[in-house]
Ligand binder design. Structure first.
Ligand code: AMP
Ligand code: MG
Length: 354
C-alpha cells in the first residue's frame, strides 16, 4: 500500500516480496540524489548516496543536523568496504565474521571516494552492514553504499517506527519505507579501529562483553575525558540528544528505596500542581500513580526495555508532563547502551534514593 503524507511517499514494506516495487522506486530516488527513510534493526535511517556530497548535504538540511557530525555509511556486501576504507586493520575480518550483518559500526581510515560531507571532514569513515532485510534490499537495489544517520530531527529521540519518522520529517523527504518497529530499538555500537586498541565510542546493539570476548582488550571512551573546546573523539558526543521537553531525572539506588523515592517525588509535585511522567519497569508499575506512566518492560529482559525506550520518551514528551523520573538498570549487556541513552536524555541528572 502506498500513501502520501505532506508530500512524502510512504510505502508498506513489512513483507519484503510485496515491497519489491517500492524498494526499486526508493533505489531510484537514492541514485538520483534524493532522500529515503528506511528501517534497520537498530533505528530508522535517513539515507542518501554515500558517493554524492550534494545528496548527503540534503540529509543535514532535512534533519537540521550540525555539519560537523558525521554519518554512518551502510553497505550490503563486505567487498564494498574496499571502496570506502583506505586501509583494512587486521581486526576487521574477525569483527565482520562475527557481527555483520548487525548493529556494529566500524570507524576506519577514510578512502578517497568518500566525499568530505559524509565524514564531516574527518579522515576516518564509519561503516556498517545492517541486518534488516529491507535495508539490505535497498542498498543492493541502489547499487551504492548509503550514508544514513537516524531519521529524526536533530535533538529528538531516534525513530523506531514509521510514525516517528513522519512526526519529524514528513514533507522534508521524498519517501519512507515502513518496515514496522525496529527490533533492537537503540543505535548501533560504534567501534573505532584506528587506534592500537579498539575504542568503543558508543555502546549499542552489540555489547561490550561480546566485543571483549572477540577482541580481548577494548578501551571504553569516557565522554568527559576530552576538554572543553577540544574536538571530541566522536563528534556526535558533544550534542544534546534525545532530550525530552520536560526535565528528566534518573533515580538510582537500592530497588525498594527507588520505588519509595519516586512515590515521594510524585506526591510532592502533585501538591504543587505539577504533572509527573514516569519511565519504569514492569515489576514496579503497579506501585506508581502518575500523570503519564511508560513501562519499558521487565527488568530481566533489558532487550525489550531497550526496544521501547525511544517510543516511551516520545510519548512522555507528547503527554506534556512537567517532570520525568526514570528507574535505572544494571550496566551490563544491552543495559550499558540503555543507560547511556537514559543519561543523555536526562542530561546526566541523577537523584540518589536513600
Ligand atoms: P546517528 O546515525 O544519527 O546515530 O549518527 C552517527 C554517529 O556515528 C554519530 O554519533 C557520529 O558522531 C558517529 N560517527 C560517524 N562517523 C564517525 C567517525 N568517522 N568517527 C567517529 N564517530 C563517527
Ligand atoms: Mg542520530
Amino acid at each position: 500500500m502506498w500513501r502520501k503524507v505532506k508530500g512524502t511517499l510512504v510505502v508498506e514494506a513489512k513483507d519484503l516480496k510485496k515491497a519489491e516495487r517500492g524498494i526499486q522506486e526508493a533505489a531510484q530516488i537514492i541514485r538520483r540524489g534524493g532522500l529515503v527513510a528506511f528501517p534497520t534493526e537498530t533505528v530508522y535511517g535517513l539515507g542518501a548516496s554515500a558517493f554524492s556530497g550534494s545528496a548527503v548535504e540534503r540529509i543535514f538540511r532535512a534533519k537540521g543536523r550540525p555539519g560537523d557530525n558525521p554519518l554512518i555509511v551502510h553497505i550490503a556486501e563486505e567487498k564494498d568496504l574496499k571502496e570506502l576504507a583506505a586501509q583494512r586493520p587486521p581486526l576487521v575480518s574477525l569483527l565482520v565474521e562475527k557481527f555483520w550483518p548487525g548493529p556494529l559500526t566500524l570507524v576506519l581510515p577514510r578512502g578517497p571516494r568518500v566525499p568530505p560531507e559524509v565524514t564531516a571532514g574527518l579522515d576516518t569513515v564509519a561503516v556498517r552492514m545492517p541486518r534488516h532485510p529491507v535495508a539490505l534490499a535497498l542498498i543492493r537495489a541502489a547499487g551504492l553504499p548509503i550514508a544514513a544517520p537516524s531519521a529524526n530531527r536533530s535533538g529528538r529521540p531516534s525513530p523506531t517506527t514509521a510514525e516517528h519518522v513522519l512526526e519529524d520529517l514528513a514533507g522534508r523527504i521524498q519517501m519512507l519505507l515502513d518496515g514496522g518497529p525496529c527490533p533492537v530499538g537503540l543505535e548501533s555500537t560504534v567501534l573505532d579501529l584506528t587506534h592500537e586498541v579498539p575504542l568503543l565510542l558508543r555502546p549499542g546493539g552489540v555489547t561490550l562483553e561480546q566485543l571483549q570476548e572477540t577482541l580481548g582488550e577494548v578501551h571504553l571512551l569516557d565522554p568527559h575525558s576530552y576538554k572543553k573546546g577540544e574536538a571530541p573523539p566522536s563528534p556526535g558526543l558533544k550534542y544534546r540528544h534525545y532530550a525530552p521537553r520536560a526535565p528528566m531525572y534518573m533515580v538510582e539506588g537500592e530497588p525498594s528505596r527507588v520505588v519509595k523515592e519516586i512515590k515521594k517525588i510524585c506526591r510532592e509535585n502533585h501538591l504543587k500542581g505539577r504533572r509527573v511522567g514516569l519511565l519504569v519497569t514492569e515489576e514496579n508499575r503497579s506501585q506508581f500513580r502518575a500523570d503519564a506512566v511508560e513501562v519499558l518492560g521487565l527488568r530481566r529482559s533489558p532487550e525489550e526495555m531497550a526496544a521501547r525506550l525511544f517510543d516511551s520518551l516520545r510519548r512522555l514528551d507528547a503527554s506534556g508532563v512537567d517532570l520525568i523520573l526514570a528507574e535505572t538498570v544494571e550496566e551490563t549487556g544491552i543495559g550499558l547502551a540503555l543507560m547511556n541513552r537514559l543519561r543523555k536524555a536526562a542530561s546526566g541528572r541523577t537523584i540518589k534514593a536513600r
